[in-house]
Ligand binder design. Structure first.
Ligand code: FAD
Length: 335
């Protein structure tokens, strides 16, 4: 049996950020990622900035894989459009995750790829036979760590993402969102410009009635490639710590439910987790400190985001004129 101070299960942005800041503090850990390479899970690859410290570039510490800034989102509702001044970044998520892994290894941290954790008993992970003082569940929305610690599951929606090379009549410096009951109830479809293609997708918090809308989306973009899907949490965060474990990112539902955006929030929470774990191992605090830190940074945002999510769910089922009028008001208030 191997003994480590920290075992991180999952090498998405949540696990990688936790690992990076533990490595910076010289904490002994190993990160186990089931895939043999990074970024296997689908994503729109957008980073929606949040007015919270630390920001994305503080956490990432690099510009590798950052493809550009979008300053306008065109929202298409029925036959009309709304142009919203929303700013976000597009990234090549594979490059970003690979760069984070490079930084972690340079700092002396250990990452093992192709290592799926099949079961967890106490703080022992199998089949690796590693026992951790602190176990980090950064293993996504269907987290095995969360299940083993008997923390309730969040509500889980769905997102499907793929690529198209060209979208005629669409401008590469803008992002496009389709919204409304003819697109998908309780969700939206998107087209985000990438360096050499478009990232397009559709998502909803309601899995039950999703299929016919997905089929319509696929027939509209018949040249779509690399189509892949995954769950998206759509609740407020679950309990994120116990006496010897923490949950970070999608496993804890630390996501802006209004838009299904969890890239940056996962990183902010990963940073908070590393700070709390370091102090805990030094005997200075319990792991409840982690929940205290992320709540101070993101608690209000998660609550507001869920409120908007519920309102958007109602609007996505309403008639086009009402949706458009309400989104105009929401855009004024929230941008
Ligand atoms: C279609 C889609 C589009 C999205 N678009 C955006 C967007 O544009 N912007 C945005 O901010 N957010 C977006 N999101 C949400 C965002 O992708 C997630 O919130 C974010 O990736 C969460 O990061 P994470 O590290 O917590 O989880 P994940 O990225 O899911 O990483 C979890 C990792 O754990 C690994 N793992 C799981 N189980 C095990 C195991 N048993 N053993 C070992 N390893 C394991 C997985 O392989 C994975 O690498 C999107 C989500 C979907 C599904």
């Amino acid at each position: 049996m191997e003994k480590r101070d920290v075992v991180i299960v999952g090498g998405g942005l949540a696990g990688l950020t936790t690992a990076k800041f533990l490595a910076e503090k010289g904490v002994d850990f190993v990160l186990l990622e089931e895939d043999k390479s990074f970024f296997k899970k689908p994503c729109g690859e957008g980073i929606l900035p949040i007015e919270v410290e630390p920001n994305f570039f503080d956490l990432y510490g690099s510009k590798i894989g950052i493809e550009g800034e979008i300053n306008e989102v065109v929202m298409i509702i029925g036959n009309g459009t709304l142009n919203l001044p929303i700013t976000f970044f597009m990234m090549d998520k594979k490059k970003v995750e690979e760069e984070m892994a490079r930084q972690i290894k340079k700092l002396g941290g250990e990452i093992r790829l192709g290592e799926k954790v099949e079961s967890v008993d106490g703080n022992m992970v199998y089949p690796q036979n590693i026992k951790a003082k602190v176990l980090v569940g950064a293993d996504g929305v269907r987290s095995i760590v969360r299940r083993s610690k008997r923390v309730r599951s969040p509500k889980i929606g769905i997102g499907i993402e793929g690529h198209v090379e060209e979208l005629e009549e669409f401008e590469k410096e803008k992002a496009y969102i389709w919204f409304g009951r003819d697109i998908v109830p309780n969700g939206y479809a998107w087209a985000f410009p990438k360096k050499d293609h478009w990232n397009i997708g559709i998502g909803s918090s309601n899995v039950k009635n999703f299929r016919p809308y997905l089929e319509r989306f696929k027939s509209r973009f018949s040249d779509i490639e690399d189509l892949r899907g995954a769950g998206i949490p759509f609740s407020l965060p679950v309990k994120t710590y116990g006496k010897d474990f923490v949950l970070v990112g999608d496993s804890a539902s630390q996501i802006m439910t209004s838009v299904g955006a969890g890239n940056l929030t996962s990183m902010i929470c990963g940073h908070a987790a590393a700070e709390a774990i370091f102090n805990h191992l030094e005997g200075k605090c319990s792991l409840s400190r982690y929940e205290y830190i992320w709540k101070r940074r993101l608690g209000k945002l998660f609550c507001e985001s869920l409120m908007i999510c519920k309102l958007a769910e109602i609007l996505s089922r309403a008639n086009t004129n009402l949706s458009r009028a309400m989104i105009k008001i929401m855009a004024k208030v929230f941008t």
